[in-house]
Design a protein around this ligand. Structure first.
Ligand code: DX5
Ligand code: ZN
Length: 221
């Protein structure tokens, strides 16, 4: 069964508590939280103070995606705030191995993410250390962008790379995923998908998740 992580970036922030409750009631597996610093990506979103508030009401785990430069500076803050999975970008951290292991030592699951133009080969020496690999299927910075089709091949190649080495971190895909393309994303090898605009503009969260379960052949709800 594919794991679904709605990105609250596309939720109604004036009703965030209710949005979180509705997202959970619809059957989401994780809450995806996009943290942007205005430097690694052009946009600025939320910080660990808001993550801490979210943690007080959320009952499903928090999947925190750091799109910030030098993420090692904030690992402790986000884990203390309640991140269950903390994902950092390969492009943003020179000492990736150290930061990934530090995240795990602090008690969270550690993820590494790569941008669309970053070659998969750069993951070779870190994939044995991570709990999750996040493949960006848009250039990070904003919700509502179009899925980059070449990502499908990248997911397949990642899956092969992991199988060959007998490793099994979660493969997560983020950007432009919707009920329309989720089947191809799942078939390529994704274990978990982020869904922002397609979920929060759907008008019916329960139906959206139920449709996805049906489309991906796992409708248990
Ligand atoms: C993009 C973010 C995504 C985004 C997904 O920089 O990392 O998580 O919120 O939103 P959609 O599903 O609308 O592309
Ligand atoms: Zn994200």
């Amino acid at each position: 069964m594919i794991l679904i992580a709605p990105s609250i970036l596309s939720a109604n922030f004036l009703e965030l508590g209710k949005e979180i409750k509705d997202t959970e009631a619809a059957g989401a597996d994780y809450l995806h939280i996009d943290v942007m610093d205005g430097s690694f990506v052009p946009n600025i979103t939320i910080g660990y103070f808001v993550v801490e508030q979210i943690k007080r009401v959320a009952t499903i785990p928090l999947d925190v995606h750091l799109m910030i430069e030098k993420p090692d500076r904030y690992v402790v803050n986000f884990i203390e705030a309640g991140a269950d999975i903390l994902t950092i970008h390969l492009e943003a951290d020179i000492h990736l191995h150290r930061t990934i292991n530090w995240i795990k030592q602090q008690g969270a699951k550690a993820g590494v993410s790569i941008n669309p133009a970053t070659p998969l080969a750069l993951l070779e020496d870190i994939i044995a250390d991570v709990d999750l690999v996040l493949i960006m299927s848009v250039n990070p910075g904003f919700g509502g962008q179009k899925f980059i089709p070449g990502t499908l091949d990248k997911i397949k190649r990642l899956k092969e790379m992991l199988t060959k080495r007998n490793l099994n971190p979660i493969i997560e895909v983020d950007g432009g995923v919707s009920p329309k393309n989720i089947k191809t994303v799942a078939d390529a090898g994704a274990d978990m998908v982020v869904m922002g605009s397609a979920f929060y503009t759907s008008g019916n969260y329960v139906k959206t998740i139920s449709d996805i379960r049906t489309i991906t052949g796992a409708n248990t709800k």
